[in-house]
Design a protein around this ligand. Structure first.
Ligand SMILES: Cc1cc2nc3c(=O)[nH]c(=O)nc-3n(C[C@H](O)[C@H](O)[C@H](O)COP(=O)(O)O)c2cc1C
Length: 259
C-alpha cells in the first residue's frame, strides 16, 4: 500500500537565510510542511523540542570552515529525534563542506534521528558575497527539486536503515573559529533588532553597538538583518578571506545527493 504524504519538520540553523532557502526547496518536494524548529533562535528551549517517529526531519546547517557551527550542534543535540527519519543538509558558499555532512549525521543520530539521506548544496557566501552570489539560483531550484523528489521516492520505499556513508572524515577537521566581529557604524540607531536576533546572544541589548567577542560566531546575522545597514565586518579581513579562497571558489559546484 502506498504511504500517505510525509509530514516534514524542518530543523534549521540559518543566520542569513541561505540554508533556509535550500531546506525549503527540498522540503516541499519531500512532503507536506508541518513546522520548523529554528536552531538559530537563542530564546528556544531545545530540550522541549521533538520530532515524532512518523515525521520526516530535514536537518540543515551551514558549513563554517568545513564543520557545522558549534552552536547548531549543541542545539540539535538537545532535540529529541525519537527514531524519526531525517535528511541532513549541509549548505556552503561554494568553497567546500568537508566534514560538515558527517558531523551533522553524527549529531542527528546521537539525538535519536535515523539519517536516511544527505544533501550538500550551495548558497551565497555569507561573508564573501561575490562567491555563489544569488544562489540558490534557477539551476539550483531545478536540481534541488529533482533531489527532493528522489528522496521522497526513496523514503516511500521504506529502506532498511543501514548506516549511510557520507563524504567527510572522522575525526573531523579542527574546530573552526573565525574572528570577524561586525561593528556598528554611525548609522546605528540603537534599535536593538540585531540584539534580538543574534543566534549567539553576543550583541548587547542595552547597547547594541557593543558585541561580546567571545560569544560572536561571525555568522553575519546582525549585518543581514539590520534595517539601517549599520553593521559591517572589517572590509580588509573580508577582502583577504576572499583572496584566500578565490581559487577554491572559482568553479561552480552543484547540489549533491547521497543515499
Ligand atoms: C564563519 C563562516 C565560515 C564559513 N566557512 C565556509 C567554508 O568553509 N566553506 C564554504 O564553502 N562556505 C563557508 N561559509 C559560507 C556559508 O557556509 C554559506 O554562505 C551559507 O549559505 C551560510 O548559511 P546561512 O545563509 O543560512 O547563514 C562560511 C560562512 C561563515 C559565516
Amino acid at each position: 500500500m502506498r504511504k500517505a504524504v510525509e509530514r516534514v519538520v524542518r530543523v534549521v540553523f540559518s543566520p542569513t537565510g541561505g540554508t533556509n532557502s535550500v531546506a525549503n526547496l527540498l522540503s516541499v518536494q519531500i512532503g507536506e510542511y508541518d513546522r520548523q524548529i529554528d536552531l538559530t533562535d537563542a530564546k528556544l528551549d531545545f530540550s522541549r523540542e521533538q520530532v515524532t517517529p512518523s515525521e520526516v526531519a530535514v536537518i540543515a546547517a551551514p558549513s563554517y570552515g568545513g564543520r557545522i557551527p558549534r552552536l547548531a550542534a549543541q542545539r540539535l543535540a538537545q532535540v529529541r529525534g525519537n527514531g524519526a527519519r531525517a535528511v541532513v543538509v549541509s549548505v556552503y558558499g561554494n568553497r567546500d563542506y568537508e566534514d560538515s555532512l558527517v558531523e551533522l549525521q553524527d549529531v542527528a543520530q546521537a539525538a535519536g534521528f535515523r539519517v536516511a539521506a544527505g544533501v550538500a548544496a550551495v548558497a551565497e557566501h555569507s561573508i564573501v558575497h561575490q562567491y555563489a552570489s544569488g544562489r540558490p539560483d534557477e539551476r539550483d531550484v531545478q536540481r534541488l527539486s529533482e533531489i527532493g523528489n528522489h528522496v521522497a521516492q526513496f523514503l516511500r520505499e521504506e529502506p532498511c536503515f543501514q548506516e549511510l556513508t557520507l563524504p567527510g572524515n572522522r575525526p573531523y577537521k579542527k574546530d573552526f573559529r573565525m574572528s570577524l566581529v561586525p561593528q556598528a557604524t554611525s548609522a546605528c540607531t540603537g534599535c536593538g533588532i540585531c540584539a534580538d536576533h543574534c543566534p549567539a546572544q553576543a550583541v548587547n541589548h542595552e547597547n547594541p553597538r557593543s558585541t561580546d567577542k567571545s560569544k560572536c560566531i561571525s555568522c553575519m546575522r546582525c549585518v543581514s538583518i539590520c534595517p539601517h545597514r549599520a553593521r559591517r565586518p572589517n572590509r580588509f579581513v573580508v577582502w583577504l578571506a576572499g583572496l584566500m579562497i578565490k581559487s577554491a571558489c572559482s568553479k561552480r559546484k552543484e547540489p549533491e545527493l547521497f543515499l
